[in-house]
Design a protein around this ligand. Sequence first.
Ligand code: SPD
Length: 275
Amino acid sequence: MEKWFFELQEPGVKLGIEYEDKLLEVQTKYQKLEIYKTKRLGNLMVLDGCVMTTDEDEFFYHEMISHPSLYTHPNPEKVLIIGGGDGGTLREVLKHPVVKEAHLCEIDGEVIEAAKKYFPNLSISFKDPRTSIFVEDGFAFLDRQKEYYDVILVDSTDPVGEAAKLYEESFFKKIYNSLKSDGIFTIQAENYFYELSVMKSLYNNVKSIFNKAYFYFSPVITYPSGNWSFLMGTKKYHPIKDSDFNKYQIKTKYYNRNIHYASFALPEIVKGIVK
Ligand code: SPD
């Protein structure tokens, strides 16, 4: 008999993924965590009913949340990831030879443990000597790190429940204060097909703290609408004028110099929400 996982992505719209086995179902302190072995997409991680990642399409999201900031900053030695407990963003960050310290601050230690067991390809960098892992709330963590990081990446769940506070102005103020004077940050930013109003409010919140804010886009096959957005806030650098691809090359499946430039092109629908 066929077994299917369904995510209700929008009223009237579901994503279905056929699976062979449910490998884990647990209610952590923060969320319901499920892992499936799927027929086509490798292992699938679900938090509170929403697809977080699959073995097969994870590279789009993890490459694109990481590399645009790291190629825009001239020397990203110290990088913080808030969320990202599956390890995929950390793996991408550590492809950059200039990174000396990569800190991962994830509130839910059970996500980290599940990633170690069920997503070896994602969690491969937990053991890298440049990695430090902090299992705690990002808000409190940022309060202890003033002007320390070159790049901060916010790889969180959608802006509902516990994660909603990660999309508010007060959080971006903390991020700003934890970055050096030329720091860059990037946050996952939903999609413009179903969530334009969420993107607008996120943009306004970031723009009120950072001088400069830039949306960019990538396919993510299993996310609502299949087309995902990221928002980069910078104190100094411009993602097109200041990015430098001659400094070194890294191995990727999707991201490259031309994808970098193209990803910052704004669809007309998004132009309407940026200033
Ligand atoms: N709608 C899903 C949005 C999830 C964004 N974060 C995913 C975490 C993968 N590292």
